[in-house]
Design a protein around this ligand. Structure first.
Ligand code: DC
Length: 239
């Protein structure tokens, strides 16, 4: 007779550790989140990539980006998931790796439009919570992770920086890619996007009441990462 292997009674599942990192673009959120995940050995979820994948699907199918019903139906019918074997995990749309295609300017601008649609958001939130259930040791990065998606996260971080500093960083980033950019126009774009992200009715960009706020304006990425790791270690000790 075949016996099912049983876990020894001393077997302890690793404690859940979900770290949410929210904040606007240009705060170094993405690099910092990946580095925190790497150093703590946690999974990494880029929720912006999911909104970008929906925008890419809409562009490919010529769905109008102001048609909330069509975008909602699209988000509920396509499959967005990740190849978890890659570091960082790569986003897939209906099984196809689209991690590179979602970084174009067209998709960036589309993502901020699809992200205001409540049905799109609720479909993505459901998927994100499923990832959290399957991978409860996770750094998850976005705008609403601490407020809406994982309100019981072990540690919530909100990164911020002045719009001027964020525009400066974005300018540098684009210049290293060989693009010539106008600082004033970038600053204006950042202010507009902030207003759209913070003003939407569902899942607005916001810090959870119990989030630790870190102003990154005068800090290096290394300093921000170290600060978050120190907070995570405190949480682990208290658990
Ligand atoms: O972080 P990012 O630039 O890749 O995000 C792409 C867009 O998706 C951006 O306009 C903000 C939006 N977004 C969101 O509304 N909620 C999230 N949890 C993540 C991203």
């Amino acid at each position: 007779m075949k016996r099912r292997a049983r876990a020894p009674s001393s077997f302890i599942l690793p404690a859940p550790m979900i770290i949410t990192i929210d904040g606007p673009a240009g705060t170094g959120k993405s690099s910092v989140s990946q580095e925190v995940a790497r150093r703590l050995g946690l999974g990494f979820l880029d929720t912006g990539a999911m909104y970008r994948a929906i925008a890419l699907a809409a562009i490919r199918r010529r769905t109008r980006l102001d048609d909330a019903d069509a975008l909602g139906a699209l988000a509920e019918s396509v499959k967005v998931d990740f190849d978890w074997s890659a570091t960082p995990p790569r986003v897939r749309l209906d099984g196809q790796d689209v991690a590179d295609q979602i970084r174009s300017e067209e998709v960036s601008s589309g993502a901020s439009k699809v992200a205001v649609v409540p049905r799109v958001r609720s479909a993505m939130v459901k998927l994100q919570q499923e990832v959290g259930r399957n991978r409860p040791q996770l750094v998850t990065e976005g705008r609403d992770q601490g407020t809406v998606v994982f309100p019981n996260a072990e540690l919530k971080i909100y990164l911020d920086a002045t719009p001027e500093e964020r525009a400066k960083r974005r300018k540098l980033q684009l210049e290293t890619k060989g693009q010539k950019v106008d600082y004033a126009a970038l600053l204006e774009q950042i202010r507009e996007r902030d207003a759209r992200d913070s003003g939407r009715s569902v899942g607005p960009l916001a810090a959870a009441a119990d989030a630790r706020r870190i102003d990154t304006t005068l800090l290096t990425q290394q300093q921000v990462t170290d600060a978050i790791i120190a907070l995570a270690q405190q949480v682990q000790k208290q658990a």
